[in-house]
Design a protein around this ligand. Sequence first.
Ligand code: C2E
Ligand code: MG
Ligand code: MG
Length: 570
Amino acid sequence: MPTQHKKTIAHFGASILGIPKAASWTWRIAAAALVGVLSIGAAAVVYVTGGTSFAYSHVAYVAIIAGAAAFGLPGGVVTAVVTSLFLGPLMPLDVAAGIAQATTNWLVRGAFFVLIGGLAGLAFSIRDRQLHMIRRQSYYNPLTGLANRTRCLERLDQLIRSGIPQHSPLLLLSLQIGQLETISSSLGHEQGASLQKAVAERLKRVLPDDAKLFHISSGVFALVVTAPQEEAAAVGSALVEALNEPVIIDGIPIRSEAHVGLAQFGEHASTSLALLRASLSALQDATAAKQAVLVFDHRRDDARRARLRLLPDLQRALRNSEEITLHYQPKVALETGVCVGAEALVRWHHPEFGLIAPSDFIPIAEQTELIRPLSERVLSLAIRQMADWHTQGLPLSLSVNLAIRNLEEANLPAMILELLERHGVEARRLEVEVTESGLIRSLDEVSTNLALLQDLGISVALDDFGTGQSSIAYLRDLPADSLKLDRTFLRDDAMANPRSRLLIETTLEACHKLGFSVTAEGIETKAVYDLLRDLSCDFGQGFFIAKPLTEAEFRAWLIRECRRGLCTRK
Ligand code: C2E
Ligand code: MG
Ligand code: MG
């Protein structure tokens, strides 16, 4: 660990609150005093009631059991010894007659006291250990040993009750390790666990010794900070920066890009639970916006809640055949300008909000089971549409976008095959698109299904190619037939900048040599169209050719194109 990671955060003005330990000592002193009083009280009772020859010496067991209950085995034994001495040499056998006790008398009694005190202490010690274990399980994360979400909420409640927020801003900082899922799924769960442990260690190292780091859920840590927002944000940035340097897991250096969310008690939430929720909401926004630190924002939170509210509506929409439709964006062969087919793009006509773009509901559908019926509906509409076109003498193909979760389902190929057979459409007319970023994350899980689809004759296209930010070495074994070059490749400077042009040229050449056909997405100008055609790109889509169209618009567009010269654009 480099030295600059040592307690860097101690330099900030922010105070990161730990958990006070003083309370247990006060309790221990009070308990010791009580046991002492009970022992002396027992001796007094025995003396006042006439001496040890009477049955009252049994009252000493009250003190012994109390000692055992408060301090376990040592408490039971020590109280037994002390009480037996109180009832020992100086205590008469009979106070009124002035008869002293024989030594064996009080020694035997003392031995009984020690036996009972020891046994009771042992029983209480075992019970305490069990309670301690149960407490650990319910208050600490088993992986890192850090206090968990319940403990974090208790701590916040404690601070709120003690009036801290009236004196200084009270913030909850939550931090999430990026790529934990990817690392767990690609390297294994043990490596995912090791990463969390290594991150916890790294964070502890940069935090002041008395700071309390909470591990509130898988890959998510939290800190309670009392400081102005800017200082708390500086703490967040320092934590993110500390994680920028790779951690070594099984000899592999892993850089875990982290994000931080911040929320302030009073300003963003009025209970501990609401503060935790607000902090996690800010964390989600920071992760989505790829920002190191974000403070809670009501508008962003409202927008997310509104999107989540769409879920029940989407469920209803999937039962109502009218609301979910497809638009078709023509795909042309760049060399000839002939339209070879289209990409089917889903549209949702919400009865209240109007047309909703896929980017507003596909991500939430992907987080739920709804992505399955949604994709089934899209596939069914697309295949039925192809069947219609084929009967009208239009031999068009369609591409359908699928989510990774769809491809993880074992029965997907069978479901698609059944739809193709039902509508009498050849498999080679259908193409499925899957995004590069999704595929890289789950290649192992989905490659069997992709290979099965290819065996059926369905084409597989890698969508948004070039945005996955990964090495292109994976292309060698990729179960795909074609690549869709993302429109970020075709930025305005593609024409002017010789290096951009060279990048497109080399990418196209490499893809062709590896046996993939290439479709360029997002062609917006004639210049880009001409450049791609000159560089031998196979197919193209984009606003220059046509925007996504309704079925009626698509047919009208096709007729116009054909009238303008055998359906060519050249
Ligand atoms: P995509 O598959 O990359 O689709 C292309 C998107 O780019 C479409 O947005 C299209 O309207 C837009 N586009 C096409 N040409 C141009 C252009 O020249 N310039 C610009 N600026 N944009 C262009 P859309 O329809 O909003 O779809 C967005 C994304 O939603 C799609 O990206 C796809 O990943 C996803 N999607 C759409 N339909 C479905 C579906 O049925 N299922 C799933 N799982 N995802 C879908
Ligand atoms: Mg697509
Ligand atoms: Mg795309």
